[in-house]
Design a protein around this ligand. Structure first.
Ligand code: BG6
Length: 479
């Protein structure tokens, strides 16, 4: 008997802004990522207030999925995908976010994408907002700090639900919503960067704005979920949390308490609101420590209660240690930070690799909420070498994923109700944190480089064939 349940949904995950390109085609408006330059792990990408002529903006072409999605989805089908997690570019439908009606050209594009998935028997799972929002809304409202965004997002999201409720069953509202709890989510998650130009991690941080913006996302998410449940009862909605497990560095009770507090604030704060429909009691101290006084409008609390999610989804890449010792060595991460764990190896980008942490996280989530769980992101960003014959031997990626799939099997054995796995990413794409291409995740290689050159040709890596076998055997043959 397989360790994964029958009907377990294997697939892969991408986001619109990291793959589509065609950033101004068909009247599409500029989004926040379209205003971000390239970068590296040493030199963070910058956000600019206007497009600089000689500067590279990696999302403008990305991997040109907009013109090549049929080839890409056919490759996903060849691997045996049952599900494909993707997102919609808000600005392809509503270029500024303020139009009354969506652009038909944008809707037609996604019509064709969903039809292509269906033709290959692939179930689409759609993220409504994946680090993408109209840049106009940043300029005018300081992003999600403006309450106006709730209605604007509601219009965008319900237009999608009305159009696609027959083609798309699984919906996620906001990708990695909890990144807004920390300063690093300021630009990418909530767009609180009005008038700011500079490295995205150095944006002036105003916790009052950031948490107010997050509150607006909670209300928007809940209103969309409630609308979906009321009008289309067959649909299922999930939250999406970036899960970075935090261990106490030592058994010093000060470390243990601090790890508990960080875990609550970073990992659970958002899911407590979105799964339970109300702010947790510890929100009081979290706000007080940061000088935040949240403004709630009448009806907000009812809205949160009425729009709780059906399932929990998470991304998982790494774990950290937490310590009260301020001198401890720091580990790198995408939107989270913490101390080095001496037992773990790291990726080339310094992310600590910890498959056991995934099993631990899944057990913790299940223990806290008892709702179905999806791992909608997990994967290894690495530099790949193309051999003279065109082959790519990415054994390191296979090893990473094998260990994490084993961890998921372990969690299922522990009793966790895990429904699906969509690794990041089935195809090479633009890195969200650095804007690089050389940080590759794909099973499919894309001939595109950091300087913007490349033929954009697709080719299969060793991991392509390995994952094909994993899916065909429902996770039994991990090589
Ligand atoms: C998650 C995001 O943070 O991690 C993705 O949801 C992102 O958009 C992925 O690409 C990997 O991070 P990075 O920075 O290596 O692209």
């Amino acid at each position: 008997m397989s360790r994964f349940p029958e009907g377990f949904l294997w697939g892969g995950a991408t986001s619109a802004n990291q793959i589509e390109g065609a950033w101004d085609v068909g009247g599409k408006g500029p989004s926040v990522p379209d205003m971000c330059t390239d970068g590296t792990k040493e030199h963070p990408k910058r956000i600019t207030t206007s497009i600089e002529p000689e500067t590279l903006y990696p999302t403008h072409e990305a991997i040109d999925y907009y013109h090549r999605f049929e080839e890409d989805i056919a490759l996903f089908a060849e691997m045996g995908f049952k599900v494909y997690r993707m997102s919609i570019n808000w600005t392809r439908l509503f270029p500024t976010g303020e139009e009354e009606v969506p652009m038909e050209s944008g809707l037609e594009f996604y019509d064709r994408v969903f039809a292509c998935c269906r033709a290959h028997n692939i179930e689409p799972m759609v993220t409504l907002s994946h680090y993408e929002m109209p840049y106009h809304l940043v300029e005018k409202y300081n992003g999600w700090a403006g309450r106006e965004l709730i209605d604007l997002f509601f219009r965008y999201a319900t237009c999608l639900l009305d159009r696609y409720h027959e083609s798309v069953r699984y919906w996620l509202t906001f990708n990695e919503i909890n990144t807004a709890v920390n300063r690093l989510g300021c630009v990418m998650q909530v767009g609180c960067a009005k008038g700011y130009e500079g490295p995205i991690n150095e944006v002036p941080d105003r916790p009052q704005e950031r948490f107010q913006a997050l509150h607006h996302q909670f209300v928007a998410s809940a209103r969309v979920v409630a609308y979906g449940h009321e009008h289309y009862p067959g649909l299922q909605f999930g939250n999406m949390v970036s899960m970075a497990v935090m261990y106490p560095l030592t058994c010093n009770p000060a470390d243990v308490l601090l790890a508990q507090r960080r875990t609550r604030n970073s990992s659970w704060f958002c899911s407590d609101v979105q799964v339970r429909g109300t702010y947790p009691s510890y929100a009081r101290s979290l706000f007080a420590e940061r000088g935040v006084e949240l403004v709630l409008e009448p009806g907000d609390e009812e809205a949160l209660r009425a729009g709780t999610v059906d399932f929990f989804s998470l991304s998982y890449y790494m774990s950290f240690c937490v310590t009260a010792d301020t001198g401890a060595a720091r580990a790198k991460g995408n939107f989270a930070v913490g101390a080095v764990n001496p037992y773990l190896k790291t990726s080339e980008w310094g992310w600590q690799i910890d498959p056991d942490g995934l099993r631990y996280a899944l057990n913790e989530i299940w223990g806290r909420y008892q709702i179905p769980i999806w791992v909608v992101e997990n994967g290894l960003g690495a530099v790949d070498k193309v051999e003279p014959d065109g082959s790519i031997h990415d054994a390191y990626r296979i090893e990473y994923l094998r260990a994490h799939i084993e961890a998921m099997a372990g969690a299922i054995e522990d009793g966790v109700d895990l429904r699906g796995f969509t690794p990041w990413a089935p195809i090479d794409l633009v890195s969200a944190s650095t804007g690089e291409m050389r940080k590759r995740y794909g099973f499919v290689y894309v001939d595109k480089h950091d300087d913007g050159t490349g033929t954009l040709a697709r080719s299969r890596k060793d991991s392509f064939y390995w994952y094909q076998r994993v899916i065909a055997t429902n996770g039994e043959e991990l090589g």
